[in-house]
Design a protein around this ligand. Structure first.
Ligand SMILES: NC(=O)c1ccc[n+]([C@@H]2O[C@H](COP(=O)([O-])OP(=O)(O)OC[C@H]3O[C@@H](n4cnc5c(N)ncnc54)[C@H](OP(=O)(O)O)[C@@H]3O)[C@@H](O)[C@H]2O)c1
Length: 281
């Protein structure tokens, strides 16, 4: 798996596998084992996904050495504040059976995220986390954070797909050396993503699927896609994106699909904030 270098020198795979909404323990374990077998090395979980134990069991079972894997988890809002965040990461380590995480992110930009971030900084200095970062931090929040912390976030995981391309957001993240990861690169199939005629036509030229065109487009933009599938043939397909290159003309055609709006919700919308902050971990 090709890697990119984060702002602290740590190598991170160029494409990752996510386990959001894979709640059944056996299914999650099998999905992670299949993903590793397919060639994935970056596995993205979160405290709120309820499957850190299953991810840990798969890591314990695989023959791929721990140091070749890149394991991410995310701290949920109800665990924010310095002490709670620290304890929650130690609990996540215990659940997964790991001695360290490669990356820990703050999942949402709400509640006492500065306190939580300082806990990540401490755990980073203690060697329990190799890189720290955030998720869903829009440009104003990421700039504020970068200007006021000691250890700069290495990663910001945000929604990026062809309908929500985040071109401005990427510029702000890159200005501060923050690597963008794309969640929901397929928008979970919303907006008829998998039958979009523009993407289909582009894919036909390269003998690649729409999913592969989307993931390749992200990689060419220097964004690390996190795709989810519980089907091994799709996992293999979603990794088979390093043997072709989209032309500038095709990149422009995809750029024209940008609607600059989320397929899910805006983190600025007060009702979404109420809903997210009310979610139990
Ligand atoms: N930080 C955040 O707030 C946040 C939010 C959402 C997601 N994430 C992360 O990002 C990861 C990916 O996002 P996501 O799971 O929401 O959605 P996604 O990856 O955009 O879409 C997943 C959907 O696409 C289908 N699919 C996958 N590969 C396919 C292919 N080659 N052809 C056709 N269909 C395909 C999957 O079905 P099957 O499983 O049936 O194949 C599933 O229904 C998550 O798992 C999670 O790790 C983070």
């Amino acid at each position: 798996m090709e890697t990119i270098t984060l702002n602290n020198g740590v190598q991170m795979p160029k494409a990752g596998f996510g386990v959001f909404q894979v709640k059944d323990e056996n299914q999650c374990m099998q999905a992670v084992l299949d993903a590793i077998d397919a060639g994935y090395r970056l596995i993205d979980t979160a405290q709120s996904y309820g499957n850190e134990e299953a991810v840990g069991k798969a890591i314990a079972q695989t023959s791929v050495p721990r140091e070749e894997l890149f394991i991410t988890t995310k701290v949920w809002i109800s665990n924010y504040g310095h002490e709670k965040a620290r304890q929650s990461v130690l609990d996540s380590l215990a659940k997964t059976g790991l001695e360290y995480f490669d990356l820990v992110l703050l999942h949402q930009p709400y509640n006492d995220y500065y306190g939580a971030y300082r806990a990540l900084e401490d755990l980073y200095k203690e060697g329990k986390i190799r890189a720290i970062g955030v998720s869903n931090f829009y440009p104003d929040r990421i700039v504020d954070l970068c200007l006021n912390v000691e250890v700069k976030p290495a990663v910001n995981q945000i929604e990026v797909n062809v309908f929500n391309q985040q071109i401005e957001a990427q510029k702000w993240n890159e200005k501060y050396g923050v690597q963008v990861q794309a969640w929901a690169p397929f928008a979970e199939g919303r907006n008829n993503m998998f039958s979009n005629p523009v993407l289909q036509k582009i894919g036909d030229q390269y003998h690649k699927s729409i999913a592969q065109v989307i993931l390749r487009w992200l990689v060419q933009r220097n964004i690390v896609p996190l795709a989810k599938s519980v089907k091994k043939e799709r996992m293999e397909q979603n990794l088979d994106i390093f043997d072709f290159e989209l032309s500038n003309e095709d990149m422009k055609k995809i750029e024209a699909l940008d609607e600059k709006t989320s397929s899910f919700f805006s983190h600025y919308d007060p009702e979404s904030v109420e809903r997210i902050c009310g979610m139990e971990r």
